[in-house]
Design a protein around this ligand. Structure first.
Ligand code: 6GU
Length: 226
């Protein structure tokens, strides 16, 4: 998979070169490149924003640099991902779908957003997905792109050291939150690990974990049980 990220703060994306993502890049499974939007400007001040037509607070990102950046970086097979609080809520299902793509281009906006014509034109030429991380507001799309990329990349076959750890996690196929987990020692600060986990009875352990997952989901995310 190839991932290109366009931003006026490409240093935000430096974390992608660390850890698991860094390993996958050296193995050739994944190529991630970041691009400074200002390199696609032509004026002396490298301006990327301007005042909104119709008035109002804040600034809007200009179409010219975005148009040229997307022209230069987006392949015919690419999905253009636009992180925005007005997008479709991101889910594990979307991460699974994106993990099967050959090429993702992330367009990280700042300020009040990107001129709508950029999104409209991109949508006429490529597949475009406007995605939100949830009902809260970040200053820009960079942190959201990091989160989306991490969720997607760990699903690319061969990326995870131990693919079994993908099987039982929260938001898997059964739509339940994950059950609580414990490790040694069996007693810590007067708190004991639930006895069933020490019993060696695998059927009882599986039943207890399922019950814990359902109860946790009922308390924290009841809408997932419907
Ligand atoms: Cl994807 N972008 C921004 N700027 N804010 C957000 C978000 C995305 N998701 C939640 N808040």
């Amino acid at each position: 998979m190839r991932i290109d990220v366009i931003s006026i703060f490409p240093a935000y994306l430096d974390a992608l070169q660390l850890s698991l993502a860094g390993k996958a890049q050296s193995s050739g499974l994944l190529q991630i490149a970041t691009h400074d939007l200002r390199e696609f400007t032509h004026d002396r001040h490298h301006s990327v924003d301007d005042t909104p037509y119709g008035g109002g607070a804040g600034m809007v990102m200009k179409p010219q640099p975005w148009g040229e950046a997307l022209d230069a970086l987006t392949s015919d097979e690419a999905v253009v991902v636009v992180p925005t609080p007005s997008g479709t809520p991101f889910t594990q299902r979307i991460a699974e779908r994106l993990s099967g793509e050959q090429h993702l281009v992330f367009a990280c906006g700042r300020y009040e957003g990107i001129d709508q014509r950029v999104i409209d034109e991109a949508g006429a030429r490529w597949r475009v997905e406007e995605i939100s991380l949830g009902d809260f507001v970040l200053n820009g799309g960079e942190v959201a792109a990091l989160a989306i990329i991490e969720a997607v990349v760990r699903l690319v076959p061969g990326f995870m050291g131990n693919p079994a750890s993908l099987v039982e996690e929260s938001h898997g196929a059964d739509n339940l939150l994950e059950y609580p987990v414990y490790t040694k020692p069996a007693s810590w600060r007067g708190r004991d690990v639930p006895g069933v986990l020490l019993s060696g009875n695998h059927a009882a352990i599986a039943a207890w974990r399922r019950e814990q997952a359902v109860e946790r989901t009922r308390q924290r995310r009841p809408e997932l049980l419907d």
